[in-house]
Design a protein around this ligand. Structure first.
Ligand SMILES: Cc1cc2nc3c(=O)[nH]c(=O)nc-3n(C[C@H](O)[C@H](O)[C@H](O)COP(=O)(O)O)c2cc1C
Length: 175
């Protein structure tokens, strides 16, 4: 072992399961951003936490409406999913521009992304300020899945996405 930079460590620790967080703004308009910093925090009750940078439009949206849907994009959504991680909803309508279609959620206001492999509807129940991010701990209030689309997306650092199926077969070219 030798000392490495944080940048190298984040790359070495890759891949991370890459998700899309759907929120709504003050007018109820949906926004979506790419997010790798998520984790389960409890099984009973079921809970997930996400870490959102203070500068993200998504941060502003969650501060206004403490709900989100955490979606796992499927292989076919790779290129759109990458754009969700590099463009801000402050300047663009990512749903309109990227061809991601939505359907209403069961419990929360932000919608579900259709053709994703998984979608967790979440309500924020606690927050922790962590340097330049806020950690939103959230109760899972509904779960939806598309088992036939089980090949979803992973990130390497903030630099690259790839998809992998349950047998470990990998597809690149997500940018
Ligand atoms: C691979 C990847 C992973 C990312 N993970 C996170 C994350 O965990 N938390 C975060 O705040 N931003 C993360 N981002 C950055 C946001 O997705 C990006 O800043 C996005 O443009 C914010 O969109 P918004 O301004 O519409 O909210 C990630 C980006 C990429 C490409």
């Amino acid at each position: 072992m030798r000392e490495v930079t944080l940048d190298t460590a984040i790359e070495l620790g890759s891949p991370y399961p890459y998700t899309l967080v759907v929120t709504v703004d003050k007018k109820g308009k949906p926004n979506v951003m790419g997010l790798s910093w998520w984790t389960f925090t409890s099984l009973v009750p079921p809970m997930i936490a996400i870490s959102v940078g203070h500068a993200r439009y998504t941060h502003e949206c969650i501060e206004g409406n403490r709900e989100f849907v955490l979606c796992f994009p499927s292989k076919e959504q790779g290129k759109a999913a990458w754009q969700c991680g590099i463009k801000s909803g402050r300047k663009t309508d990512k749903f309109a521009d990227l061809g991601l279609t939505t359907s209403p959620s069961q419990v929360v206001r932000p919608p579900i992304i259709e053709r994703a492999t998984l979608a967790y509807e979440c309500k924020v129940v606690g927050m922790l300020e962590c340097g330049d991010h806020t950690l939103y701990n959230s109760e899972i209030v509904a779960v939806h899945g598309n088992p036939e689309l089980a090949e979803h997306i992973y990130s390497i650092h903030y630099r690259k996405l790839f998809s992998m199926d349950s047998r470990g077969n990998v597809s690149l070219d997500m940018e």
